[in-house]
Design a protein around this ligand. Sequence first.
Ligand code: SAM
Length: 230
Amino acid sequence: MEKSSVHKGTLFIVPTPIGHLADITHRAISLLADVDLILCEDTRTSGKLLKHYGIDTPTRAHHMHNEHKDVDRLTAQLSDGMRIALISDAGTPAISDPGFLLVRSSLAAGVEVITLPGPTAFVPALVQSGLPCERFVFEGFLPHKKGRKSRIDSLCNETRTMVFYESPHRLIKTLKQLTDAFGPERQASVSRELTKVFEETKRGTLSELYTYFEKHTPKGEFVLVVTGKP
Ligand code: SAM
């Protein structure tokens, strides 16, 4: 992309790989090389990706611990004409990651926001689950403690396919709680390490998946897909 073709005073939301380094678009690479600043969830993690693609644009940390404090200053810089890209450690920013606050504040200030299409974990997990995907709900992470049971209960009558993000430490607990709430026969799918060396998808009923992961310690990153109430 030629420098002149990049918009002035724009926030670019740029998806980055969820594992496989090649899963990034040509447009994303050109844009990251061309903007004035890249906001990274973790500058060291993103540094590896940027180095791999020979991108030496200045970076700054923008994560859940400083986004509230930094959002006004960044919005002012965008209003002054700065071209800033936001990336997260993996996938699409603002999807279970920082980003929403800066997008909202930029739009409120009249700054143009352009979001590139690209990697995110829930789409491949949903599609390869083999469960209905013409209508679905993305639930992200369930609350860890407070509000967890009421969130699960609120989904008992959900007829659309449900997509959850889960950590390896909580996967078994979640499978057990969903089995109890939705019934053992509900069809589901668990995808782990998408696009990575140990990528794997297990399909079955909630109780079958619970039994499987009780015997095989969950390792890596997980997306859980559960079919809706029939
Ligand atoms: N922004 C990311 C996206 O667009 O998917 C999500 C970030 S969220 C902090 C991280 C969670 O996404 C993980 O705990 C896991 O549930 C899911 N995830 C990310 N990468 C994954 C992968 N390669 N395989 C399976 N799940 C993944």
